[in-house]
Design a protein around this ligand. Sequence first.
Ligand code: ATP
Length: 273
Amino acid sequence: MKPLIRVTGLTKIYGTSGQAFAGIKDVSFSVKEGELVSVIGRSGCGKTTLLRCIAGFEKYDCGKICLDGKRVCGPGPDRFMVFQGLDQLFPWLTLRGNIIFAMKSVHKGMAAKELRDRAGYYLELVGLSHWADCYPYQLSGGMKQRAFLARALSVNPRVLLMDEPFGSLDAFGRRAMQDLLLKLWEKTGVTIVFVTHDIDECIKLSDRILVMASGGLKATITNPLPRPRQCEDADYRNFFTEVSRVIGEEADTGKEPVREPAIRLKWADATLR
Ligand SMILES: Nc1ncnc2c1ncn2[C@@H]1O[C@H](COP(=O)(O)OP(=O)(O)OP(=O)(O)O)[C@@H](O)[C@H]1O
């Protein structure tokens, strides 16, 4: 299948005059249409930067990102990013109002009735129909997460970029959101790039796992387990051990990620290791 997202030699340099360092260096990979790919790695290794570059929120210094063969030069309605944290809804709008607001920005000129009907459909999809007229402050963390998903899907993006979306939930809430995400992914066929710190989460969810370390892509691991994935299964435990080993190797070197002075780079010497 043709890749939907193609990232080639992506490098993002942070810093100001004199000294600079690479938030991401020479990262290349592709994601097929309809694939669910996780990005995992230690804190500071560049996961969010990568996602923000794909979203078009961040300008990059070298390399190329293409979506369906076209170069990404900024944000667009074909991509929707779900951020960390629970404050992503407008507090002065109801749940339905939040979803309609997002849809209006993409489906310009859509009739009010259709906007309302569509918002109702997506709220039902995530089990929040009865909360449509509530305001964000009236919702639990898990309900807010479901609302973020409804809003993201309502604009019908080709790619959903998710940055540790369930990190603020407890174990039960997290499991429920993972199940819901998989259900909606199968139903909609949307392509997902999912950043997480959690090995179980990336094994449970993804087709492939991109392991990042110190701004680079260290390994790409194809998930061999059939769905649904049960952590009690022997194959699951073996795969968990394998993924942990690949991620752990970096920790074993004792190297800190990209901000260490040893790998800081001068602007004039932006040849990245
Ligand atoms: N706007 C910025 N200006 C300067 N440095 C930045 C900026 N954004 C990120 N960085 C640095 O780039 C590196 C990669 O950051 P990034 O947020 O992408 O990592 P991450 O893997 O998502 O981390 P975490 O898992 O903790 O969220 C870090 O060293 C970070 O301090």
